[in-house]
Design a protein around this ligand. Structure first.
Ligand SMILES: NC(=O)C1=CN([C@@H]2O[C@H](COP(=O)(O)OP(=O)(O)OC[C@H]3O[C@@H](n4cnc5c(N)ncnc54)[C@H](OP(=O)(O)O)[C@@H]3O)[C@@H](O)[C@H]2O)C=CC1
Ligand SMILES: O=C(O)C1=N[C@H](C(=O)O)C[C@H](O)C1
Length: 233
């Protein structure tokens, strides 16, 4: 496939290496300074940029009739707009806060545990995410996805980074060194704790998942998620 990289930072460079290893061609490496020249020749655009650029990048791809795999986080208040544009252009779109196989398995475990724990008032759930000090957004998109997974399968109504009310999930965001991404979901009672934890050792899993998602999306129209790609529905 011909791939346009929208965002050529830490993730873009790992995605480039994995894509080339899998026999793909990179037709555009867009950073803040250059244009979208070459985008329309791509079979797919992979966006790992910054929260303030994702909407313009994704929109540009849909207007160029190029399907999009977006991993950028911190822009999801505009998600519905991008879905509407994708449908208007009859495009293809996969957005995920985390493309790694391990985290998507973690998402399933999180939802399963939330269903079980919703029966027991004696436990309170909290979340912690740890990332590198260069990360622009907080909490992480993965942590927000985890919180949504609990909310959809329990009596919790919202998440917060402040002190949580009874029906809220507290998310603690820590920024330490060059940590790739560690997420912990904890259910605490007065007698014990139950913890789910995912630790990324590097960015390989995120990048491989994004390239596999791009390969899966080829020729498809519509809005999909990693649940579709990994057949986890
Ligand atoms: N879904 C997933 O699996 C994962 C998602 N992410 C997310 O991906 C995003 C990128 O992460 P990461 O690669 O580590 O971050 P980086 O900061 O290393 O890379 C982002 C790049 O985007 C560039 N950029 C800035 N403006 C634009 C623009 N208008 N168009 C294109 N590129 C632009 C930046 O350039 P400059 O530095 O000059 O501003 C930078 O090189 C983040 O939102 C992060 O949360 C990260 C890992 C996994
Ligand atoms: O910025 C990062 O590095 C990461 N961001 C994503 C997120 O916000 O969840 C995914 C991963 O945790 C790495």
């Amino acid at each position: 496939m011909k791939i346009a990289l929208l965002g050529y930072g830490k993730m873009g460079k790992v995605i480039e290496r994995i894509a080339l290893e899998r026999g793909h061609e990179i037709v555009l490496k867009k950073d803040e300074s250059n244009t979208y020249d070459g985008l329309s020749t791509a079979d797919v655009a992979i966006d790992f940029s910054v929260p303030t650029a994702a909407v313009a990048n994704i929109s540009s791809a849909f207007h160029a009739n190029v399907p999009v795999v977006s991993g950028t986080t911190g822009w999801l208040e505009h998600f519905d707009e991008m879905v509407a544009l994708c449908n208007e252009k009859q495009g293809g779109f996969i957005s995920s806060s985390n493309f790694s196989l391990g985290v998507n398995i973690f998402f399933e475990l999180n939802e399963y545990l939330a269903k079980i724990m919703s029966q027991f008032d004696s436990y309170k759930v909290t979340m912690e995410e740890i990332h590198h000090t260069q990360k622009l957004d907080a909490p992480s998109g993965t942590a927000i996805s985890l919180a949504k997974g609990v909310i959809e399968n329990s009596n919790y109504a919202n998440w917060t980074m402040d002190e949580a009310k009874n029906n809220e999930i507290h998310i603690e965001a820590k920024r330490i060194g060059d940590v790739p991404g560690t997420h912990t979901v904890t259910y605490e009672s007065i007698v014990d704790s139950i913890e789910l934890k995912h630790t990324a050792h590097n960015r390989e899993g995120f990048a491989l998942g994004a390239v596999i998602a791009a390969e899966w999306l080829a020729g498809k129209k519509g809005i999909y998620s990693m649940k579709d790609v990994l057949n986890l529905k």
